[in-house]
Design a protein around this ligand. Structure first.
Ligand SMILES: C[S@@+](CC[C@H](N)C(=O)[O-])C[C@H]1O[C@@H](n2cnc3c(N)ncnc32)[C@H](O)[C@@H]1O
Length: 307
């Protein structure tokens, strides 16, 4: 049965959700129920959970038609967020498309770690009067930068940088849409564009997939998301290594480096951090499955020219 034939006739919200879920499931599409719900909520212009408040609402033929075309795209492997054009991140609705990585739940945790560090520092009276400058290195959709700009009281400036100009266009539009102030965008490769000691924190979710793991990735990631957001080199840790080595020079004394890592990279990255003069490992964090997903380190040497 094709998506077209499966979705003809008279439909209510609940019946079309049930049919689509089993249809997508039989064809091996990941998260079939969630996909069906997001796509239908997009067509009906409501929140996903509100579907269940109107479960017996009949769909008009044009609604069924729009839904069918979305289901067809999902069947072809396209991520739900690219189809709906929206990804949720720490309560923000961010516009996303193929120019940027879809922000992930584990990255929400990276932001939470930075907020916790910043709030603890402020509680100790260590917040600089002029406000903090934070860099989101490799900002993509602007998810981390926007969340920090919205959630971190007293932040002076959040800079989102990326070497991808198309990604920066998405990030800039997201900040404008959600009304995030105190953000700036810089097109730059790594940290080279920034002066010594420029930031009180550098937050980074770098590409960390090894080229050799390309075909182990789910097709909906490998074939749809930007390669420059995923792949770092033969080992997978190349971009992380560059950030770890370059960060101390660009951090103020006691500044934070917070970096997301792949779930098997913690021992290697820990050794990298320990080997870099001027950085001291502070902490690490794990995801819900207990896998190490990020490291925090502190810059302890005053960089020349520091603000
Ligand atoms: C894993 S994505 C993270 C996107 C976003 N921060 C997030 O967490 O959803 C990595 C981002 O880093 C950017 N990037 C890759 N290499 C870079 C480099 N050398 N300098 C600056 N940005 C880079 C990519 O274009 C991509 O947007």
């Amino acid at each position: 049965m094709r998506a077209g034939r499966a979705l003809r006739g008279d439909w209510s919200v609940l019946s079309i959700l049930r049919t689509t879920t089993s249809f997508l499931e039989e064809r091996g599409v990941s998260e079939p129920r969630l996909s069906a719900e997001h796509l239908l909520a997009d067509v009906l212009d409501c929140r996903r959970l509100d579907l269940y408040l109107r479960y017996d609402r009949p769909l008009s033929p044009p609604e069924v038609e729009s839904y069918r075309s979305r289901v067809r795209r999902r069947l072809a492997g396209e991520p739900v967020q690219y189809i709906t054009g929206v990804a949720g991140f720490r309560g923000l609705d961010l516009a996303v498309d193929r120019r940027v990585l879809v922000p992930r739940p584990e990255t929400e945790r990276l932001v939470a770690e930075v907020l916790e560090w910043a709030r603890a520092k402020a509680a100790r009276g260590e917040a600089p009067a002029a406000g903090w400058r934070i860099l989101d290195l490799g900002t993509g959709s602007g998810a981390i930068a926007c969340a920090l700009a919205v959630e971190l009281e007293g932040v002076g400036l959040v800079v989102g940088s990326d070497k991808s100009r198309p990604a920066l266009e998405v990030a800039r539009a997201n900040a404008a849409r959600i009304g995030a102030r105190r953000v700036a965008w810089v097109e730059a490769d790594g940290l080279s564009a920034f002066r010594a000691g420029a930031f009180h924190a550098i937050v980074c979710n770098p590409p960390y997939v090894a080229e050799t793991e390309r075909f182990a990735l789910p097709a909906e990631v490998r074939d749809w998301e930007p390669a420059e957001a995923l792949f770092a080199g033969p080992e997978g840790t190349e971009a992380i290594a560059r950030v770890v080595e370059d960060a101390p020079a660009h951090l103020a004394t006691d500044g934070l480096l917070a970096i997301e890592i792949g779930d098997r990279q913690e021992p290697v990255v820990r050794r990298m951090v320990e080997a870099v003069p001027g950085l001291e490992l502070l902490d690490g964090y794990r995801d819900h499955a207990g896998r190490a997903r990020g490291l925090l380190a502190i810059a302890f040497q005053r960089a020349a020219g520091e603000a």
